[in-house]
Design a protein around this ligand. Sequence first.
Ligand code: Z5A
Ligand code: MG
Length: 231
Amino acid sequence: MTRLRWPFSRLILRHSLRQMNTEMSKRGALIVFEGCDRCGKTTQCKKLVEVLENEKEDVQFLRFPDRTTVIGKMINAYLNGSSELDDHVIHLLFSANRWEAAKNMKKLLQGGTTLIVDRYAYSGVAFTAAKAGFEVDWCKQPDVGLPKPDLVIYLTLNQQEAARRGGFGTERYEQAEFQKKVAENFETIREKDWKVIDADKSIEDLHAEIKSLVKKTMNDVHWEEIRTLWT
Ligand code: Z5A
Ligand code: MG
């Protein structure tokens, strides 16, 4: 009788241990890239993801706006000038575009995936607050409660080097005067723990600097709670 029960209790024990292990698994880090136009955010995000994937790290690339969703398509039409929207409406759509991703982001982070994110709520605030009649505090409100990044890498670039990297595109907001206000707003909303990096260096040198910061954060947050934005 005892001999028959023993394998069952071993199975139950093994199952419970596996369960505990899943519940206590290391979480991934939420890494966000912010910065002015053409400073190299997308270039660095993609390179970082490629290198980390080659090292068998569990990583995923996300970008905001995510132009693939229904809301993202409305944002895309607004940015390329094929639709007009009230400034409040487009601000709320940019935020809704993050909220529609938030649940999955949390799930991935809890499951151990590190997220490398190209622009986030800080861009939302810096761009809308550059428009007449918009206060930083109002702009922050729709994003209150989103997952808070564990690391914000803020890339800066001087005007001359930005100009060397090609002229502005044809999208809305791609004008020098507006971009200047956006850069001032980034300085206003910048938090103490942001890593500010001068992006006026080679893609490789910049990558090396960024990678060591990211690796450290990935190790530091394993057992930490996911924090909440602006609460
Ligand atoms: N927006 C908003 O209003 N509200 C929001 O909530 C959010 C966004 C999330 C679209 O964003 C617009 O939406 C944006 C903000 C607003 N408006 N503007 N401006 P987007 O992210 O789709 O924008 P983008 O088209 O990707 O542009 P970008 O982000 O400004 O560029 P970047 O990603 O920083 O740069 P890059 O594409 O990596 O590089 C630019 C060029 O420089 C390219 O030719 C590279 O090959 C070159 N490059 C990159 N790194 C280097 C180095 N180190 N040396 C030399 N050359 C380099
Ligand atoms: Mg980009």
